[in-house]
Ligand binder design. Structure first.
Ligand code: DON
Length: 308
């Protein structure tokens, strides 16, 4: 942020929201049809600096599911708990150039990266714990430490996702067929969909981004959650793979390590500077929030946040 004066930043965010709000393009994800109290035209933005200064505007009290944003967080936990080599043995770091739900595997059977569904399912399976409950408990604890507050799973979202799990089950079974998956396919997919259903507000999500940006110390609680090398690895993969088959364009135009989710969530982390979060459910063809892209393009340009 060029200015750390919170009221100036607040005004800037409010202006940005009123401009970007004009864009009504895109469609919300189908799973939201089964979820109560999900305003598809809602919109909120938050930033949190690595000094712990937080500013938010819009519908800041609305909770929404992390969805694919959780993939970056689970990757962080897997790296922290298992170490770099053990994780790289099971999942790569190459952009797939394909949609998020494709079976993008290297010839040795490893998913291309942890931010597409097949790689995220594998990464979820790497979380320590003998069953779905144990893995989810560990993830909820770490996600909560990243956000600085206790987070919970939305049962509504989890049910809606479970009812639409055919493709994810197919991906998990392909991993299981090559003996790559550490546990039974149904269990891992159910747990993966549980992590996707963890709910946050924009402020909580921005704090998660700020924790990554600060090298693993939550700037609000002052508590270390992740090692610095873990944050570097996660933000690198977010920059190269976080926007699926739009990652190259995102890197060139926005230049902020980021991850999108079909709830309309978008998380960004600018190393050494700040976390950014937006929420607005209408999505483009890649499954990224249309207004979220507008917010990130504007903030990257206005505050000179491109990492290069
Ligand atoms: O597994 C799925 O397909 C959803 N739970 C998450 C997909 C997602 O968020 C894609 N991102 N934009």
């Amino acid at each position: 942020m060029k200015t750390t004066n919170p009221s100036r930043v607040s005004e800037q965010l409010a202006r940005l929201i009123s401009t970007v709000k004009e864009d009504r393009n895109g469609a919300p994800s189908e799973y939201l049809e089964d979820v109560e109290d999900r305003p598809v035209d809602g919109f909120a933005v938050a930033v949190c600096t690595t000094d712990g200064v937080a500013v938010s505007e819009g519908e800041t009290q609305q909770a929404f599911a992390l969805q694919s944003v959780s993939k970056a967080l689970t990757y962080a936990v897997a790296l922290q708990e298992r170490g770099m080599d053990a994780v790289l043995e099971r999942v790569g770091v190459e952009p797939s150039g394909m949609a998020f739900n494709e079976l993008s595997l290297h010839s040795d059977g490893r998913p291309y990266n942890p931010l597409i569904n097949v790689g995220a399912i594998m990464t979820h399976g790497l979380i320590p714990g003998n069953d779905e409950d144990a893995r989810l408990e560990l993830l909820l604890d770490r996600y909560s430490q990243l956000a600085g507050t206790d987070l919970t799973i939305s049962e509504d979202v989890w049910d809606a996702e479970t009812a639409r799990a055919h493709q994810n089950l197919g991906l998990a079974h392909m991993l299981a067929a090559s003996q790559m998956l550490p546990d039974e396919a149904h269990e891992v997919v159910r747990g993966y969909l549980g992590q996707c259903s963890v709910e946050v507000t924009v402020e909580q999500l921005a704090t998660m981004g700020a924790t990554l940006a600060s090298g693993g110390v939550n700037p609000v609680t002052g508590r270390r959650v992740l090692a610095e090398w873990v944050c570097q690895q996660v933000m690198s993969v977010m920059l190269s793979c976080g926007m699926y088959n739009a990652s190259g364009q995102w890197m060139a135009e926005v230049g902020i390590p980021a991850k999108s989710g079909v709830s309309g969530a978008l998380l960004g982390a600018v190393p050494g500077a700040l976390g950014i979060a937006s929420w607005s459910p209408r999505l483009d063809e890649q499954g990224t929030s249309v207004r979220g892209i507008g917010v990130f393009e504007a903030l990257s340009a206005d505050w000179d946040l491109h990492v290069l």
